[in-house]
Design a protein around this ligand. Structure first.
Ligand SMILES: C[S@@+](CC[C@H](N)C(=O)[O-])C[C@H]1O[C@@H](n2cnc3c(N)ncnc32)[C@H](O)[C@@H]1O
Length: 348
C-alpha cells in the first residue's frame, strides 16, 4: 500500500499543475479580452474533463501494472513453496526407499546365512534327540528283558533317572552282588534297583528321601511291585550342615548348607553301591557333595559310587572335590544321557 501511494503522488501533483493551468489559462485569456467568457468557461470545463479522464487512465494503468507485479510475486512465492514441498516429499520418499532396500538386504542375509544355520542346528538337535531317544529305548528294552519286571513299570527320564544310568547300576549290581545299596533321592529308580537286586539273588536297597510326600509315594510304588522285602524308603529331612567356600568361574561362592539328616545312615555298614541322585540341585551349590565324605567310610573296599547328572558343571565340580579330598578314588566318565560318573577305590 505504501508503494502504491508513493507511485500515485507524482501523478496527483502533475494533475494538480495541469488542472491549475487549464483553469488559469482560459480565465487569463478572458481577462485580457482575447476570449469571450462563455468560451473561457467551456474551455476550462473541457480541460478539467480531459484532465480527469487522463488521470483516471493513468491510474488504471498503474494499478494494472501493480496488480500484475503482485500476481508475479504470489506465483514466485507459490512456486518456491511448491518446490520445497516437492523436495521434502522427495527426500522422505528417498528415505523410505533406502529403508526398504536395507530391509531387503537384511532379509536376503537372513535367508542366505541365518536360516541355513538355524536349519542346520535344528537338524543336528533333532538327530541328537533321535539318537538319545533310541539309546534310551534300547536301554529300557534291555532292562525289561534282563530284569523280568512287571508289565507296567514306573516311567524313567525327566525327573527320574534315565534307562542308561539304570542299566549301568544293574551291571554293577550283577558284578558286585552287593549286600547293601544306598540311594540318595528315591523314586522310580528305587523300584528298578529293587528288581535288579531280586534278580541278583540278594541284597537290599535303602533309598533316602528328604521330601515326606515323595517318600510316601516311593513307598507306595515299591509296595505295588511287591518289593518291600528288598527296598526300604527312609524319610530323612534336610538338616543344617557346614557349607564350604568354593571357586566357581573365578568367583568365590558358598555351597549348600543342608543335607540329609546323617543319622538315617547310622546303622548302615558295608555299602557295596551308592547311587547319588539327590538332594535336588535347587537345594544349593554342590548339594550332593556330602555323599562321599559321609558314606565312603561305610562302604566296602570294592564299593562303587555312581553320580547321576554328571553332565552338569555343578556335579563335575563335586566329583573334582571328591577326588581331591580322597586320593584313593578314581573316576570313570560313562556315556549317559545326563552324564554318569563312577567312583571307586583305585585297584578295586
Ligand atoms: C532327581 S529325582 C530322582 C529320584 C530317583 N532317584 C529316580 O531316579 O527316580 C530326585 C527327587 O525327585 C523327587 N521325586 C520323587 N518322586 C517323584 C515324582 N513322582 N515326581 C516328581 N519328583 C519326584 C524326590 O524328592 C527325589 O528326591
Amino acid at each position: 500500500m505504501r508503494s502504491l501511494r508513493s507511485r500515485l503522488r507524482p501523478l496527483l501533483v502533475t494533475c494538480a499543475v495541469v488542472g491549475a493551468a487549464v483553469l488559469c489559462v482560459p480565465a487569463a485569456l478572458g481577462l485580457l479580452g482575447l476570449l469571450d467568457w462563455v468560451s473561457a468557461v467551456t474551455l476550462t470545463l473541457l480541460g478539467l474533463f480531459g484532465g480527469a479522464v487522463g488521470a483516471l487512465a493513468l491510474g488504471t494503468l498503474l494499478l494494472h501494472r501493480r496488480v500484475g507485479a503482485l500476481g508475479r510475486e504470489v506465483r514466485t512465492v507459490m512456486d518456491t513453496h511448491s518446490r520445497r514441498v516437492a523436495e521434502t516429499l522427495g527426500d522422505d520418499r528417498l528415505e523410505s526407499v533406502r529403508a526398504m532396500e536395507d530391509l531387503r538386504d537384511r532379509l536376503d542375509g537372513l535367508r542366505e546365512q541365518a536360516l541355513p544355520r538355524v536349519s542346520r542346528e535344528l537338524r543336528h538337535a533333532i538327530t541328537v534327540q533321535g539318537r538319545d531317544d533310541y539309546e534310551q529305548q534300547v536301554a529300557w528294552t534291555e532292562l525289561r528283558d534282563h530284569l523280568d519286571t512287571a508289565p507296567f513299570m514306573p516311567p524313567l527320564r525327566g525327573w527320574a533317572a534315565s534307562p542308561d544310568v539304570l542299566r549301568l547300576l544293574v551291571r554293577h549290581i550283577d558284578r558286585l552282588r552287593p549286600e547293601l545299596v544306598v540311594e540318595c533321592g528315591s523314586g522310580a529308580s528305587s523300584v528298578w534297583i529293587g528288581y535288579a537286586l531280586r534278580r541278583a539273588g540278594g541284597g537290599r536297597l535303602v533309598a533316602v528321601e528328604h521330601d515326606a510326600r515323595y517318600a510316601e509315594l516311593s513307598r507306595a510304588l515299591v509296595a505295588a511291585h511287591g518289593l518291600d522285602d528288598i527296598v526300604q524308603v527312609r524319610h530323612a529331612p534336610l538338616v543344617e550342615t557346614e557349607p564350604a567356600t568354593v571357586t566357581v568361574d573365578g568367583q568365590e561362592r558358598t555351597t549348600a548348607d543342608r543335607w540329609y539328616d546323617a543319622s538315617v545312615f547310622a546303622d548302615l555298614e558295608d555299602i557295596g553301591l551308592v547311587f547319588v541322585d539327590g538332594p535336588p540341585q535347587a537345594t544349593g551349590l554342590q548339594a550332593r557333595y556330602p555323599a562321599v565324605p559321609v558314606l565312603l567310610p561305610r562302604c566296602t573296599e570294592d564299593a562303587v559310587i555312581v553320580l547321576d547328572d554328571a553332565a552338569r558343571p555343578d556335579e563335575q565340580a563335586i566329583g573334582d572335590r571328591w577326588l581331591a579330598e580322597h586320593p584313593e578314588l578314581h573316576r570313570t566318565e560313562e556315556a549317559a544321557e545326563k552324564g554318569a560318573h563312577v567312583f571307586s577305590r583305585k585297584g578295586a
